[in-house]
Design a protein around this ligand. Structure first.
Ligand code: COA
Length: 157
């Protein structure tokens, strides 16, 4: 059993990170989230990892140019070779000091061996009530991801 480390990164939002409204471009936010999630997953399993799928990314609040953004990721569920990583993005306004939760998502990762085949990951140690809640949500998210994958594959599209 292994405890999951919390991975945190900071970035500054520059003009070329924004859309025509002057708020942060969603694709840029997603790329940062995916990187933080990849680091969380790889450090948890000690192997190289790939993103298998991304779950609903909810943009709760816009992020403004000039904001400092903190991205926090943690493995919240692990299976045989896969992991679910929860990632949250917070923006800090450097003038007012306001710190707000802006974006949230779950990412599915798979560990790979040297031949690029799915490889075992450690079972996740879940201790606190909060960890149990995250685990339950992630288990639901993972189940839905597989149902969605099956449906799309069966549909032939
Ligand atoms: C992700 C990938 C490794 C899965 O390979 P696969 O042969 O289909 O894997 P399997 O069906 O044997 O399943 C392996 C694990 O992946 C999980 N998985 C596979 N597809 C998934 C999906 N779409 N969403 C969530 N989990 C998925 C399975 O549930 C399984 O987990 P478990 O071992 O914990 O039970 C493969 O599809 C791949 O390499 N995709 C490209 C990844 C990529 O390029 N990412 C972007 C850049 S990092």
């Amino acid at each position: 059993m292994k405890k999951a480390e919390i991975i945190k990164s900071w970035e500054l939002v520059f003009p070329n990170d924004t859309n025509p409204r002057g708020t942060m471009f969603g694709g840029k936010v997603m790329a940062i989230m995916d990187k933080v999630a990849a680091i969380a997953a790889a450090r948890f399993c000690g192997k190289s990892v790939v993103t298998a799928s991304t779950e609903a990314i909810v943009f709760k609040k816009p992020i403004q140019q000039g904001d400092r953004i903190q991205t926090i990721g943690q493995v919240v569920w692990s299976g045989k070779t896969s992991m679910v990583v929860k990632v949250d993005v917070y923006a800090e306004n450097p003038r007012s000091g306001e710190y707000a939760h802006c974006t949230t998502a779950h990412f599915n990762f798979v560990a790979l061996d040297d031949e690029g085949r799915p490889a075992p990951v450690p079972p996740l140690l879940v201790e606190t009530e909060e960890e149990k809640r995250h685990y339950e949500v992630a288990e639901f998210v993972k189940k839905q991801a597989l149902e969605r994958k099956k449906k799309i594959e069966e549909s032939g599209i």
